[in-house]
Write a protein that binds this ligand. Structure first.
Ligand SMILES: *Cc1c(COP(=O)(O)O)cnc(C)c1O
Length: 373
């Protein structure tokens, strides 16, 4: 009997869609329009309509979406962007790519998301934007962030790379702050068979400029109005995403079920479990538990064939690449503690009850053996 549980199982998602995805890719081969073109335009319409956004601009990665967002806001050298140190590094790269300074503030212990009170205190005359991340699929405290941004006349950009389909007071994240950025990297809730990303906005002028920026800064071929990039989405990825988008809501519901089951089974362990904030619908990109003896627990799980992962072991203010920013250990104690204590359990829509029970059983075995401290 094989009772190991993989951390992720991308094959399980692909298997039932294989024929439909192959047909979608074949259609692109027939059309021979490989970069942008009708498939990308159709995906953009469908994803915008799913979210209730006016515009979606298909890109080649989530990192590109964040970079384009910074360009759309004319952020550059001398400017500051307030963001979280507890995220994937790409959030922060976007700020650095345009020559601005990432200004980190600590997160809230309960949600792992940026703490609006700390954001308010970090605003200076150089602040151009707040770049908030809906980490693990959990929506940020958008109302509080919007109030701060409005009162200081600064922009709110959402990094929704982990939160496709998450909702805040009934509205999809990515549509709440003015500019939303998505990634379709293969491990995300909505995933390409390769790289992909998108920027969404309700603003017509921003959308038109984003379309130009992703295509070398041109609206007319070989005429370049400003410095641009090759950030175009590929038609094959758009075709794959169109197939998968139809399943996103059901997949997120399945993730919600997995999360609920974990929460029931682990309730009487010493683990600190993730909780959904009232008024929000989490996309459950990851199911992340906390314990001071995280490293031992991780070893125990892995030795018994249970996959797990650390998102993220080192906060951004302590990364070597950001040494020049001058932060030091102790600057963001909540994020640093989260980095030491967080453990991501297997989480994907296809996890079976037996697999979830097996994970819980192995965790309980750990605490039975090592005591509850
Ligand atoms: C995945 C991710 C990104 C980057 O997306 P790519 O498509 O890999 O470039 C940015 N921010 C967060 C929070 C992510 O999880």
């Amino acid at each position: 009997m094989n009772d190991s549980v993989p951390y992720l199982d991308l094959r399980a998602q692909l298997r039932p869609l294989r024929a439909e995805i192959e047909a979608a890719i074949a259609r692109v081969l027939d059309e021979c329009a490989f970069c942008l073109g009708p498939e990308v335009a159709a995906f953009e319409r469908e994803f915008a309509s799913f979210l209730g956004a006016r515009h979606c601009i298909g890109l080649n990665s989530g990192t590109s979406a964040l970079h384009v967002a910074m360009r759309l806001l004319d952020i550059g050298p001398g400017d500051e962007v307030i963001t979280t140190p507890f995220t994937f590094v790409a959030t922060s790269w976007a700020i650095t790519y345009v020559g601005a300074r990432p200004v980190y503030v600590d997160i809230r212990e309960e949600t792992f998301n940026i703490d609006p009170e700390q954001v308010a205190r970090a605003v200076t005359p150089r602040t151009k934007a707040v770049l908030a991340v809906h980490l693990y699929g959990q929506p940020c405290d958008i109302d509080a962030l919007l109030e701060i941004c409005r009162s200081h006349n600064i922009a709110l950009v959402e990094d929704a790379a982990q939160a496709h389909g998450a909702r805040y007071r009934g509205k999809y994240v990515g549509t709440l702050g003015g500019i939303g950025c998505f990634s379709f990297y293969p491990t995300k809730n909505l995933a390409a068979c390769g790289e992909g990303g998108a920027l969404v906005t309700d603003d017509d002028a921003l959308a038109a400029r984003a379309r130009a920026l992703r295509d070398h800064g041109s609206t007319r071929r070989y005429y370049h109005d400003e410095l641009g990039y090759n950030y175009r989405m590929e038609a094959i990825q758009a075709a794959v995403l169109r197939v998968k988008l139809k399943h996103l809501a059901a997949w997120n519901a399945a993730r919600q079920r997995v999360a609920q089951r974990y929460t029931e089974l682990l309730a009487d362990t010493p683990l600190r479990l993730p909780r959904q904030v009232p008024g929000t619908e989490c996309a459950w990109h990851l199911y992340v538990v906390r314990h001071p003896r995280r490293d031992e627990l991780r070893q125990h799980l892995e030795s018994r064939g249970i996959g797990c992962a650390l998102h993220y072991p080192l906060p951004l203010h302590l990364q070597k690449a950001y040494a020049q920013l001058g932060y030091k250990p102790g600057d963001f104690p909540v994020a640093e503690k989260a980095a030491r204590e967080c453990l991501c359990l297997p989480m994907y829509p296809e996890l079976t009850d037996e697999q979830i029970e097996r994970v819980a059983q192995v965790i309980k075995e750990f605490f039975a053996k090592h005591g509850h401290s």
